[in-house]
Design a protein around this ligand. Sequence first.
Ligand SMILES: Cc1cc2nc3c(=O)[nH]c(=O)nc-3n(C[C@H](O)[C@H](O)[C@H](O)COP(=O)(O)OP(=O)(O)OC[C@H]3O[C@@H](n4cnc5c(N)ncnc54)[C@H](O)[C@@H]3O)c2cc1C
Ligand SMILES: NC(=O)c1ccc[n+]([C@@H]2O[C@H](COP(=O)([O-])OP(=O)(O)OC[C@H]3O[C@@H](n4cnc5c(N)ncnc54)[C@H](O)[C@@H]3O)[C@@H](O)[C@H]2O)c1
Length: 462
Amino acid sequence: MTHVVIIGGGPGGYEAALVAARLGAQVTVVERDGLGGSTVLTDCVPSKTLIATSDLLTEVESSAELGVEVPRDVRADLAAVNDRVLRLALAQSADIAGRLDREGIEVVRGTARLRSAREVEVVETTSDEDASGPSRVVEADAVILATGAHPRVSPDALPDGERILTWEQVYALREIPEHMIVVGSGVTGAEFASAYNGLDAHVTLVSSRDRVLPGEDEDAAELIEDVFRERGMTVMGQSRMASVRREGDQVVVTLTDGREVVGSHCLLALGSIPNTADLGLEDVGVALDDAGFVRVDRVSRTSVPGVYAAGDCTGVLMLASVAAQQGRIAVAHLLGDAVHPLDLQKVSSNIFTSPEIATVGLSQRAIDEAGLHVDVVMLPLATNARAKMQGVRHGFVKLFSRRGMGVVVGGVVVGPRASELIHAVSLAVSASLTVDQVADAFTVYPSMSGSVAEAARSLHPR
Ligand SMILES: Cc1cc2nc3c(=O)[nH]c(=O)nc-3n(C[C@H](O)[C@H](O)[C@H](O)COP(=O)(O)OP(=O)(O)OC[C@H]3O[C@@H](n4cnc5c(N)ncnc54)[C@H](O)[C@@H]3O)c2cc1C
Ligand SMILES: NC(=O)c1ccc[n+]([C@@H]2O[C@H](COP(=O)([O-])OP(=O)(O)OC[C@H]3O[C@@H](n4cnc5c(N)ncnc54)[C@H](O)[C@@H]3O)[C@@H](O)[C@H]2O)c1
């Protein structure tokens, strides 16, 4: 029986483990902190749970438009919110542990490193945090590295866990911050800025670029920046943080041009560093790129035969869904099952700001870079009957289709629950449907998804 040893119990690791067990392998997962990984314990699940409360408050705020009067001082109890966040994260982690257990997967709580391509050294975790536990070597026929990444900090902006925070530390807050300065306007920064704005904190978003969400669809990024400002957020473009320091109960963020921003708290959202140091990778010959990410091909192979890698430690589109897919592909490849190499042209993702920004398939930038001939339509949600009834003012549906054939190659939806609306576009991209096929499918009247069909109809090839 093939013994697969997986280092890391996030979606890259646990999804690989489940597939490997179902395919008949003996599986060991070594996890340092807890099953579910950062995804479940500190990143994706906690942030989306916090955002659920923020979204509710944002909706309540607009209730007057729908004829409902609510008291002015509706506020979240952040202690209760964060307790719920942590409770749900732990429950999700326990669910995953249960699934692995039912499949007969061995889980070892400890820190692993490679001794060779076929030997994994594990230092087991003990209840005494200061003492290292027993160490042993586990023999493997194949190893999957799924160690994830951790928040990037700067020596001039060191988190103190109280007022200068990484995204992993914010759930210790017991009261809504008076003035949260979010440094970094990538997806993480934008989501937390939106969340704390919704929770009624004053938020300053420090963005080193011209606009927020520099990697995303330009129209979507412009819209969200306008909404942020409209909701009272201070968005500082072209502003690079040089340092952050504590002054009593305040934090002072100094920008590279000497300006200072003073707030009550600062959240650092400066990107991630792969967890690839201290894994013994250099000794075994696993190639890393300049930023320390493991180099992999589309079937998750590293430069060393028998050693695979999945998820954030590879730096390939850092999403939980992609990590899981890379893990499944690695297992299929190493166990000789049918393999479909990773196809990033069909990935859908969502930015959980308010409104949400969901995308799938090719972006405008990818289309321009590839020089593809594509027709584009952008339909504001403001013209949608259901959106009007629900008081939705901001949002749009954008579709990209190949000129001539009309095949849908990508799309962007901005609006409430865009993460759900995008699925119709995702199906179209995945199955290479034409705009006519999308337009032919009935949508409920009135519904927001009517705008997806409407956008497809307007792209009918003539
Ligand atoms: C704030 C935030 C919000 C996000 N929200 C979303 C979202 O909504 N949707 C989405 O798709 N993606 C989201 N992401 C991205 C997503 O969290 C990552 O892509 C995902 O966590 C990657 O999974 P992974 O399995 O590679 O790593 P992880 O989930 O980080 O798991 C890796 C695990 O490996 C363990 N480990 C590391 N080294 C060792 C070792 N030597 N020995 C043993 N164990 C080890 C770690 O303890 C960790 O548990 C978000 C990211 C952030 C920062
Ligand atoms: N909803 C989701 O699916 C979700 C949520 C969060 C993160 N993620 C994923 O995680 C990955 C990382 O995203 P991220 O936003 O954490 O990192 P990122 O690297 O995309 O963004 C970090 C930003 O911080 C800026 N920055 C760095 N140093 C700075 C400084 N000194 N001053 C001001 N700005 C500075 C960078 O210019 C960059 O724009 C992405 O691939 C993203 O898709 C996904």
